[in-house]
Design a protein around this ligand. Structure first.
Ligand code: HAM
Length: 418
């Protein structure tokens, strides 16, 4: 029996991979315009890193991590997200010697979740982190960058929701208020939320179980408990976002699934994905660098779910460069082809050679099955005259074209929109 991929792990096939490339290259282009530089991070980290950053009572750490002992017996984990690794690297390489560090990364993340449309066990994120900036304008600027990125790739119908989770000064105050509220509704909460009601009552606001959603509809909002510093920060973020012409809705229930957040948090959803509709999320984490052993460093960041964005763009127009198939008739033509193909590729033409030999008719059929938009044929006569036969596979029109005009000709036909 043939072996298949693991449940929740996907192959990204040709046709889709062009969309991915486009998403990634637009991210690089836009993020670098905002001063971000790429960091490449390991896929596996010490388990402790995630326990200390994401939080021991989160769903991710409690039930979704791919954790294993290596041959030495050390506990390692396939990264479920990138922020923890970025912060670890920031501390390890003393990147804090610069007043502000802007990093972005891309790659696979792993969470043992129940797979469905838009939710996988291996999924890709494009993440960005600003480390060392406390100013609320940094939160807003990073959000603006993310919206510009969605604009650039043509993602429509995005909705930005924001909230503030306060700081170590005011969050405990809110936790108490919420705890009192939840205690009165304990019967309606799910088992999980009851278990962690004392350690992490905020999780109940994020819980997807029907009972918890209903029981917390009228939960007191965190905004009423924010300290003046957090409150002012949040107001400033909202004001700067609005100055940039971007709409944001305040969602007081949005607590996020990771424990490291302070102050601003956000989620961006898009229509057309069903229940897994968050295409990006993130927020401020002013304590994480210090909690992981670095100097006190305020930070803000986000991650985009690449599969979800790609699903939405799939319907759109993504041109892959048309393929030209080169057919050499005879050994001399094959030899000349070495030089010609090199030149055409340098001129940006996507060209593959048809190697089968045999009758021209069957080779043309094969070119068609290879997905050729054009066939370029070089036989003895053409070799003598310094030309090729260029055939448009769609219209079947063909003409003789000098070698050095082939790439220009193909490009021109494309530019004319034929
Ligand atoms: P997150 O909300 O856990 O945040 O994930 C960010 C995005 O990754 C989600 O909005 C979603 O698009 C995508 N995603 C998450 N889980 C899955 C899955 N199982 N399948 C497909 N896509 C998924 C973080 O990971 C934080 N590190 C973001 C951040 C960066 N906060 C500050 N800096």
């Amino acid at each position: 029996m043939a072996i298949t991929a693991i449940r929740g792990f996907n192959d990204i096939l040709p046709g889709e991979s062009e969309i991915w490339r486009r998403i990634e290259s637009e991210a690089y282009r836009i993020f670098s315009g905002f001063g971000f530089s790429e960091i490449k991070l390991p896929v596996v980290e010490k388990t402790e890193l995630f326990l200390r950053s994401i939080g021991e009572t989160t769903d991710i750490v409690e039930k979704e991590m791919y954790t294993f002992a290596d041959r030495h017996g050390d506990s390692l984990t396939l990264r479920p997200e990138g922020t923890a690794s970025a912060v670890r690297a920031y501390i390890e390489h003393k990147l804090y010697t610069s007043p502000v560090t802007r990093l972005y990364y891309t790659g696979p993340m792993f969470r043992y979740e129940r797979p469905q449309k838009g939710r996988y066990r291996q999924f890709y994120q494009i993440g960005a982190e600003v480390l060392g900036e406390l100013n609320p304008r940094a939160d807003a600027e990073t959000l603006v960058m993310l919206i510009r990125f969605f604009d650039a790739i043509g993602l429509k119908g995005v909705d930005l929701q924001i909230n503030s989770l306060g700081c170590p000064e005011c969050r405990p105050v809110y936790k108490k208020v919420l705890l009192e509220f939840l205690k009165g509704r304990k019967e309606a909460l799910c088992e999980n939320c009851v278990r962690r009601i004392d350690t992490n009552p905020l999780r109940a606001l994020d819980c997807k179980s029907h009972g918890c959603i209903e029981a917390t509809v009228d939960a007191p909002p965190i905004s009423a408990s924010l300290c003046p510093v957090c409150s002012e920060h949040f107001e400033s973020v909202k004001k700067t976002i609005a100055l940039n012409g971007i709409n944001a809705t305040v969602n007081p229930r949005m607590v996020r699934g990771l424990d490291y957040y302070t102050k601003t948090t956000f989620e961006i959803t898009a229509t057309g994905l069903g229940s897994q509709n968050a295409v990006a999320a993130g927020g401020r984490y002013d304590r994480l660098v210090e909690d992981l052993g670095g100097p006190a460093t305020p930070c803000f960041g986000f991650a985009v779910g690449v599969e979800r964005v790609a699903l939405l763009l799939k319907e759109g127009e993504f041109e892959t460069r048309p393929t030209t198939v080169f057919i050499a008739l005879g050994e001399e033509s094959e030899k000349k082809g070495i030089e010609l193909l090199r030149g055409w590729r340098e001129e940006g033409i996507r060209v593959v050679e048809e190697f089968s030999g045999g009758a021209l008719k069957s080779r043309m059929k094969r070119a068609d099955r290879l997905g050729a938009s054009y066939a370029v044929i070089l036989g003895d006569d053409e070799l003598k005259d310094g030309v090729v036969v260029l055939k448009d596979m769609k219209t079947a029109a063909q003409e003789k074209v000098p070698w050095d005009a082939v790439a220009g000709k193909i490009r021109k036909v494309l530019a004319d929109g034929e």
